[in-house]
Design a protein around this ligand. Structure first.
Ligand code: NDP
Ligand code: GDR
Length: 344
């Protein structure tokens, strides 16, 4: 039986990856952080929280000694480092914490691999945020990096240290440069889920207005469940490499808002400009969307659109779910949850 370790199993990707690996017959160790009230709602929603081959272990990525003991005790042969302070907005307020967790945390696992068993295969969750300020489009593996946030800078360190350990010590370290991927399990602080949850609440009369920041940002949004399949494939081939996973389609935040309302049978008309822009319900004339400058970031990533040709050629990976289908899936899930009034 293959054994895998997933850091960050309480997050969106950790939950989907655990589900995938369990379905493939793996023994899975999933790490979570000690907090006053640990929340496993995602693995519960997927119905895998009591799976006999799943073991949950407490672990903090900032603690190097724990990383060594974790690899010793689990005997994992594949390590997927998904844990991070992953919210770009928060990284401006907590740059040092972000650097420790999101950047140096990856080094702790790589050092542990070097000490315990250099044959362990390692996946690093890299990000399109490393491309940051647009240097070329579509972005691919050899596009120059120009991160625009403390999060992007920290991830760039983790990416390069993975490449460095691959080249220096022959460690099978793969870096997956994943563009934004969403799902009904996405955290509510991220813009897609904030939008679909708010659309559901507005539709059910629980919220008056959705407040957002920059509506002009363009993102290449895919479905998370398909992206974790790409992570797994990266560790199954003969040679370690760096891969982009993306859909090659980009839309603005504004477009995503329109799509989400459309999925709830509401048509949005956009009026005004910049901070005065509003989204009006075509059916009732009510203002449903407005700008709140507190959601703007000190520096923004304006345009992301990825080219995943290498992943297709070498891994046979390609995304299947359209943005419209993804958005509908998220709105429907949020309508169901808000009807039930669940807290998650
Ligand atoms: P989430 O924010 O949903 O999950 C992050 C996970 O990391 C959570 O389980 C969190 O635990 C854990 N974590 C945070 N800090 C620590 C720490 N100090 N020690 C141990 N665990 C910690 O992220 P996603 O699932 O969306 O993303 C997975 C990874 O992929 C992240 O590294 C992210 O940066 C990266 N990524 C994500 C993309 C996306 O679009 N989703 C795109 C590209 C990269 P807790 O629940 O306790 O907070
Ligand atoms: P991002 O995702 O920063 O791309 O990072 P997020 O959903 O937070 O923002 C996307 C874009 O939407 C704009 N925006 C808002 N964002 C949030 N969160 N809240 C708002 O109210 C709002 N209004 C407008 C943002 O300015 C931005 O341009 C995500 C994370 O998952 C990272 O961990 C991952 O590495 C990248 O995707 C790829």
């Amino acid at each position: 039986m293959k054994t895998a370790l997933i850091t960050g199993i309480s997050g969106q990707d950790g939950a989907y990856l655990a589900e995938l690996l369990l379905s493939k017959g793996y023994r899975v160790f999933g790490t979570y952080r000690r907090t006053s009230s640990v929340n496993f709602w995602r693995i519960e929603e997927l119905g895998i929280h009591q799976h006999p081959n799943l073991t949950l272990v407490e672990f903090d990525l900032t603690d190097m000694g724990s990383a060594i003991r974790l690899l010793q005790t689990t005997g994992a042969t594949e390590v997927y480092n998904l844990a991070a302070q992953s919210f770009v907005g928060v990284s401006f307020d907590q740059p040092a914490t972000t650097a420790h967790i999101t950047g140096v945390g990856a080094l702790h696992l790589l050092e542990a691999i070097r000490v315990i068993n250099p044959k362990i295969r390692f996946y690093q969750a890299s990000t399109s945020e490393m491309f940051g300020k647009v240097q070329a489009v579509p972005q691919k593996e050899d596009t120059p990096f120009y991160p625009r946030s403390p999060y992007g800078v920290a991830k760039l360190y983790a990416h390069w240290i993975t490449v460095n350990y691959r080249e220096s010590y022959g460690i099978f370290g793969c870096s997956g440069i994943l563009f934004n991927h969403e799902s009904p399990l996405r955290g509510r602080e991220f813009v897609t889920r904030k939008i679909t949850d708010s659309v559901a609440k507005i539709k059910l009369g629980k919220l008056d207005v959705l407040e957002l920041g920059n509506l002009d940002a363009k993102r290449d949004w895919g479905f998370a469940k398909e992206y974790v399949e790409g992570m797994w494939r990266m560790l199954q081939v003969d040679e370690p490499d760096t891969y982009v996973l993306a859909t090659n389609r980009t839309v603005t935040v504004r477009d995503f808002v329109s799509l989400a309302f459309a999925a709830a049978d509401v048509t949005i008309e956009w009026k005004g400009k910049d901070e005065g822009e509003t989204g009006i319900c075509a059916q009732t004339g009510r203002t449903l969307v407005r700008i709140n400058p507190k959601f703007y970031r000190p520096a923004e990533v304006d345009l992301l659109i990825g080219d995943a040709t290498r992943a297709f050629d070498k891994l046979g990976w390609k995304p299947e779910t359209s943005l419209e289908a993804l958005c509908r899936m998220m709105v429907e899930a949020d309508l169901r949850r808000n009807e039930r009034d669940a807290s998650f």
